[in-house]
Design a protein around this ligand. Structure first.
Ligand code: RM4
Ligand code: MN
Ligand code: MN
Length: 431
């Protein structure tokens, strides 16, 4: 596939596509813009904030995912890191909000740092958190992670897992990444299999070694998950355990919230609020779910919850000293074209963010102070029920993206171009 592909998309096709759609957009934006101004909003300020918002695309989500029952690839998948970066380049050219990629190692080992960096930076793409993988055995590995990694009873296995995490940091340093995300599959599937206290202690000590390897300006993001692949206990099952580890490790360690890593009906927005209050929220994995870690398109199942989470994020960013967050998608696309799915996810995230920016938090505080529940609800829902799509679209347009990225993706027939360039059987590395 030629490197010109993205440039072609940028210059000519995009302009004529936008010309075709600009009249209708202008009408919608005029209408909403006026409403927002009448309600006292600084529309230019809102556009600026939305324009600045970037969500990292996970390198493992550009191919078709699957379940243990099957996988149905859509063709033209990026089979190496360069092609994955080019795919993110296409997304970013369309929506102007996907200017970062999060690598999973060893699924994506950067072999030639200079040329990888050059390709990414040329497409305006940065490297967000790098992810280690100690949940799968690699072809040449001497030790097995079958019974755990950082918590393993055998020192040699733990050493191997620690070494891997340090190597991931080293790769990230070469690319300009500033964070390591650790997600552990460690746990037990049967009562009695684990000594909980010992497993926790071993995990903490392993993480301490990894933490010591972090450069001064790096973060360690500790991700939690209640179950899967282990079904009786996970070594880091919840935000409390993640926070405990992060607190013991030190300032550079924070918690990472993956939306799908909660038991049904957990109040995630409250977790977000408290972690930010403690200045210990480091990153986010966006996805949506009905029952478990379903990894579905962001905003496809529970858009109100997503909005409420963003309300806490917006307030937290304003009122606390919480460090800058790493925003990442972590989804698996089993049925849809992965690129379309990612465009929809990023759009949902921006819609939730834009709505959260519209909330009148001062009035909300007043209503809360007088226990005016009905008014509190009305304030939140006033923002949630505003159709902010023209605002999001205007921010994309101003940055030179497409007026409706998904429609543009289809109009340019990108999937078929990718299939023509890479072949129908081209497979992506990942799960
Ligand atoms: C896990 C978790 C991690 C992701 C792996 C592939 O469930 O969400 O963040 O790296 O899946
Ligand atoms: Mn995750
Ligand atoms: Mn997950």
């Amino acid at each position: 596939m030629s490197d010109n592909f993205v440039i072609m998309l940028d210059a000519n096709e995009l302009k004529s596509f936008n010309d075709e759609h600009s009249k209708e957009h202008q009408r919608n934006w005029d209408h909403l813009g006026e409403r927002l101004l009448n309600r006292g909003h600084d529309t230019e300020g809102l556009i600026e904030q939305i324009c600045a918002f970037q969500v990292a695309i996970p390198s493992w989500a550009l191919g078709t995912g699957g379940t243990r029952f099957g996988r149905f690839p859509s063709g033209g998948e990026p089979s190496n890191l360069r092609d994955k970066i080019k795919d993110v380049g296409i997304l970013h050219a369309l929506n102007k909000s996907s200017g970062a990629i999060s690598l999973h190692i060893p699924w994506d080992i950067p072999e030639d740092y200079d040329s990888i960096r050059e390709l990414a930076f040329g497409l305006d793409i940065k490297f967000d958190a790098v992810n280690s993988n100690t949940f799968q055995d690699q072809p040449n590995s001497v030790h097995s992670y079958k019974f755990g990694s950082l918590s393993h009873v055998d020192t040699a296995v733990r050493k191997e897992a620690i070494k891997h995490n340090k190597e991931v940091i080293d790769h990230g340093v070469q690319l300009g990444s500033k964070a390591l995300t650790v997600w552990l599959a460690d746990g037990s599937s049967f009562p009695g299999q684990h000594n909980f206290r010992d497993a926790f202690q071993r995990t903490l000590e392993s993480l301490e070694e990894i933490y010591d390897h972090l450069p001064a300006d790096w973060k360690l993001l500790v991700e939690y998950k209640p179950y899967e692949p282990n079904f009786y206990s996970m070594v880091i099952p919840d935000w409390g355990t993640s926070h405990l580890l992060a607190s013991k490790l030190g300032d550079k360690a924070t918690s990472l919230v993956d939306l799908g890593h909660h038991l049904p009906n957990t109040n995630i927005e409250q977790i977000v609020a408290l972690l930010m209050h403690l200045n210990k929220l480091g990153g986010f994995h966006f996805n949506d779910s009905k029952y478990g870690d379903d990894d579905l398109t962001v905003g496809s199942i529970k858009p109100y919850q997503l909005f409420l989470i963003f309300c806490e994020l917006v307030q937290g960013m304003e009122d606390t000293d919480n460090p800058e967050l790493s925003w990442m998608i972590d989804a698996s696309h089993n049925l849809k074209d992965p690129m379309e799915d990612l465009l929809q996810s990023v759009e949902s995230i921006k819609i939730a963010y834009a709505r959260a920016l519209l909330v009148d938090y001062d009035s909300l505080k007043i209503a809360q102070a007088s226990n005016d529940i009905a008014q509190s609800q009305r304030i939140l829902q006033e923002a949630f029920r505003t159709d902010v799509r023209p605002l999001v679209m205007e921010s994309i347009y101003r940055k030179g993206g497409a007026l409706d990225p998904l429609t543009a993706y289809r109009a340019f027939d990108i999937r078929n171009q990718l299939i023509a360039a890479r072949g129908i059987d081209s497979k992506s590395t990942g799960l």
